[in-house]
Design a protein around this ligand. Structure first.
Ligand code: NDP
Length: 472
């Protein structure tokens, strides 16, 4: 067994989780494979009813699960509620797509009959990170169930408890074997799952290094992968922007929600030189209003980082920024100074005066420290934004809408927001995913269904005699 610790009181054990070995992973995959034909054969009405029951089960015991999630993950309680609410929301949204999944496109013409249809891929492995474990798991599970696939889910070792509770409830509302859970770590359990030859699709959300390993493991059986990976999202504040309270509050919320541990948080700001001083000053003022403490304390605006290793990594980036001559400003307030050292707490920081090549700008910091760099021309800003191995999301801020959209078209990212950069701005109707090393594939809505089904053609040719063949 593996102990799950509370990031706000690192000595406290919130619960325990098992470590599934390759034999247990094999059993789970076999159970999913055995359930797959029956699940795939449901009618549209039966599948819609099943997902409705699943959505109901996902809502059970909501407040206790939210508290559990905050205790294991650290984030403030309302964020845990948003995370948990993602499961019933996504199940309900995907119910709407079931009829379209089942629809066949039939063409009868002088050549014969062509039937284009979608088949479930079969067993889908869902590998989940710790930051938004429930919502991110159901980003893959909900479309997989709507598509007629069965799933095997591997939660993160760091925050497996709330997700596992939701999965137990949801799986009890569905036929046996449709949802399976394999708790464990990435190196052993996750690898065994991604490498299993019966798994037909691996939906992985996590860091780029993990995604690379999963691709390698899946390659052995030519298993398809959907990779939602890390990002280093730039926000471009153009000369045509007005730096007001609304703008800096939106930048702050994007960068520091969940202590910056969000895949598409703003991770670097490029601001036109004419606004640089005003923006830094105003952003520092609103960031200074943040309070850092236990996520269960209603006075906390942000909680701790997930682990001691994460805290060390982010502190090293802050130290490096100071050592290379940057101006590092620590902001916000400690809610419980006496209990500060007990958790993996870090106050929010703004950093200026460091170059594009510095570690903080180049890396995915995944923590509450934000670099701000000036630019002179928009071409320069676009080049700086694109100077990254990542390409998850980005944002452009301007009062001139058309101009902002024109700049957005030049940015290498799966999503470019205009005057917004927040969870929820990319909802279930908008395909989401990264370019470059931020991932492969798209989730959300019909895009998610396409990832989790195979197109099948049924063809009868009435003109077979006229088809080109080998020379006589
Ligand atoms: P990791 O890549 O460390 O882990 C993600 C999951 O993959 C965990 O369940 C982990 O297991 C597992 N895993 C790790 N290595 C392997 C492997 N070799 N084979 C199979 N599974 C493996 O990411 P984090 O959990 O630390 O999450 C943070 C990262 O996720 C950030 O880079 C963030 O940007 C990204 N992310 C991307 C999102 C997106 O939508 N693009 C959304 C959210 C996060 P375990 O940890 O239990 O060992």
């Amino acid at each position: 067994m593996h102990a799950v610790h509370n990031p706000a009181r690192a000595r406290d054990i919130v619960g325990e989780s098992a470590l599934a070995d390759a034999a247990l992973v094999d059993r789970a995959v076999r159970a999913a494979a055995a359930a797959a034909p029956g699940w795939a054969a449901l009618t549209v009405t039966e599948r819609r009813d099943a997902l409705k029951a699943a959505a109901g089960a996902a809502l059970e015991d909501f407040e206790n699960r939210a508290r559990l999630l905050t205790n294991e993950q650290g984030k403030v309680l309302w964020e845990s509620m948003v995370d948990l609410a993602g499961a019933p929301y996504l199940l309900r949204e995907c119910r709407r797509l079931i009829e379209r999944v089942a629809a066949e496109e039939i063409v009868d013409d002088e050549r014969g009959r062509f039937v284009r249809r979608r088949r479930p891929v079969g067993v889908v492995a869902v590998i989940v990170p710790w930051n938004y474990p429930v919502l991110l798991a159901f980003n893959a599970i909900a479309p997989a169930l709507a598509a007629g696939d069965t799933v095997v889910v591997k939660p993160s070792e760091l925050a497996p408890l709330a997700l596992t509770a939701v999965l137990h409830a949801v799986s009890a509302a569905l036929p046996d074997g449709v949802i399976n859970v394999v708790p464990g770590d990435g190196a052993q359990t996750g690898h065994a799952l991604a490498a299993h030859p019966t798994v037909r699709r691996v939906m992985f959300t996590g860091g780029t290094a993990g995604g690379r390993e999963v691709m390698r493991a899946a390659a052995e059986s030519i298993t398809g992968v959907g990779l939602e990976l890390g990002g280093n999202d730039p926000a471009l504040v153009l000369e045509s922007a007005v730096v007001d309270d609304a703008l800096v509050t939106a930048l702050r919320n994007s960068a520091f929600t969940c202590s910056g541990q969000v895949c598409f948080a703003i991770k670097r700001i490029y601001v036109h030189r004419s606004h640089f001083g005003d923006l830094v000053e105003a952003l520092a003022a609103v960031t200074d209003q943040l309070t850092v403490g236990d996520g269960l304390d209603p006075a906390s605006s942000i909680g701790p980082l997930i682990s001691a290793a994460a805290l060390d990594r982010v502190q090293a980036l802050i130290r490096d920024s100071a050592e290379i001559g940057g101006t590092v400003t620590e902001l916000g307030r400690k809610l419980d100074p006496a209990g500060w050292e007990r958790g993996h707490f870090l106050l929010p920081h703004l950093v200026t005066g460091i170059p594009q090549q510095s570690r903080l700008v180049a890396a995915e910091q995944f923590g509450p420290v934000l670099p701000i760099l000036p630019f002179d021309t928009e071409n320069e800003a676009i080049a700086l934004a694109n100077d990254s191995e990542y390409g998850l999301a980005a944002s452009v801020w301007s009062r001139d809408d058309e101009h902002a959209f024109a700049v957005a078209r030049g940015i290498e990212a799966g999503t470019v927001f205009v005057n917004v950069h927040a969870a929820g701005a990319s909802d279930h109707t908008t395909p989401f995913g990264g370019v470059k090393q931020s991932g492969i594939g798209r989730i959300n809505g019909w895009a998610g269904i396409e990832e989790l089904t195979e197109t099948q053609m049924l063809i009868r040719r009435d003109d077979a005699a006229n088809l080109p063949g080998p020379p006589a």
